[in-house]
Design a protein around this ligand. Structure first.
Ligand SMILES: Nc1ncnc2c1ncn2[C@@H]1O[C@H](COP(=O)(O)OP(=O)(O)O)[C@@H](O)[C@H]1O
Ligand SMILES: [Mg+2]
Length: 336
């Protein structure tokens, strides 16, 4: 495993700048997640590190070695693609062994066998080693795809939304397992996704990618509580942060220049009150909690509420802010 350092990495396709002057230092043994919507430049960033694309500008070092001009095979990275790309005619065992059979690995059969069985256990596919990969469920195939990267011990694992094609339950399971495996191996891992839950639960640090630019990087807690701007604030949090005009609601003290206030559930105090400053519009029941949709004049906001809270649509309530976030007219964060 190794440090991976990007400096000013830039890549355009025609006049589209896919990756824009990205500086990123991934530390040895760190799990970094790049979070961004479709088109943000996530896949291109991974492909640049892997050597599948060449940057227009900037430098990349892996383990202290400059990567300029080096072919993918010489870079010592392992890539897990969004779509599992297994060899359909091979068994699970052979799929896992394949990367170790390359002459460059110079590994003897006993070592390969031990490694394959160890990784198969890790990704919990050891009971299906003799199955053909076409006989597996989607979740099992993706475990094999991840396992096939893990059999190698590269400088860095690059993973491109590897769980996005799976159903919610499997995704939740595999994200726990991936985090456990990464810790166990002490692996350096760069994982990209558009899923905020994956980012929050797995990352040591989250980088927020927007239109090719790395807007902010920090621990999940830092990104959530201390977002640099409106864009970052809107990436994390369920329900979404409410963006409202300054002065609409009482409570909080807006710094000079603030035009909008960002309020998450923890910034909002509500109480049932006839003639209050707001009213309940509708209620989404989620079981353990409710999403309360509230109207303040013409403005709407959503907050979490205790399912036992005795309110129905149409009820008057009072809404007060406590220590919300403030933003200037350009969306940058103020105060805090
Ligand atoms: N090979 C390519 N040719 C032309 N445009 C591309 C190519 N690859 C990516 N792009 C463009 O670059 C931008 C970033 O793409 P991508 O890195 O795939 O984003 P993400 O993985 O975050 O969805 C998008 O606008 C995409 O259309
Ligand atoms: Mg992509």
């Amino acid at each position: 495993m190794a440090d991976v350092i990007l400096k000013g990495i830039t890549k355009s396709f025609g006049d589209k700048r896919a990756v824009d002057a990205v500086d990123l230092h991934i530390h040895d043994g760190e799990f970094v997640v790049l979070l961004g919507p479709t088109g943000a430049g996530k896949t291109t960033t991974l492909r640049l590190i892997a050597g599948l694309e060449a940057p227009d500008a900037g430098t990349l070092h892996i383990g202290g070695r400059p990567m300029q001009g080096l072919a993918p095979a010489s870079r010592d990275v392992a890539f897990v693609f969004q779509q599992y790309s297994l060899y359909p005619h091979l068994t699970v065992y052979e799929n896992l062994a394949f990367p170790l059979r390359s002459p460059a690995c110079r590994m003897d059969a006993a070592t390969i066998d031990a490694r394959v069985r160890q990784v198969a256990k890790m990704v919990r596919i050891d009971h299906k080693l003799e199955n053909r990969s076409t006989r597996l469920s989607g979740g099992e195939m993706q475990r094999v795809a991840i396992g096939r990267a893990l059999v190698r011990r590269p400088s860095i694992y690059l993973m491109d939304e590897p769980l996005s094609s799976l159903d919610a339950k499997l995704r939740a399971e595999l994200r726990l397992e991936l985090k456990r495996i990464q810790k166990e191996l002490g692996a350096t891992l760069l994982y990209v996704t558009h899923d905020q839950i994956e980012a929050m639960t797995m990352a040591d640090r989250i980088g927020i990618l927007s239109e090719g630019r790395l807007v902010q990087i920090g621990t999940p807690r830092e990104i959530y509580t201390d977002p640099a701007n409106l864009h970052v604030a809107a990436r994390l949090g369920q329900p979404h942060i409410n963006i409202l005009p300054v002065g609409l609601l009482p409570g909080g003290e807006a710094p000079a220049g603030a035009t909008r206030v960002g309020a998450r559930t923890e910034h909002i105090a509500i109480a049932r009150q006839d003639g209050g400053n707001a009213r309940v519009d509708w209620i989404e029941h989620l079981g353990d909690q409710n999403h309360l949709h509230i109207k303040v004049g013409e403005h709407r906001l959503v907050t979490l509420a205790d399912p036992d809270m005795p309110v129905v649509p149409g009820d008057g309530i009072s809404v007060t802010l406590r220590n919300p976030l403030y933003f200037g007219h350009d969306g940058s964060r103020l105060g805090g």
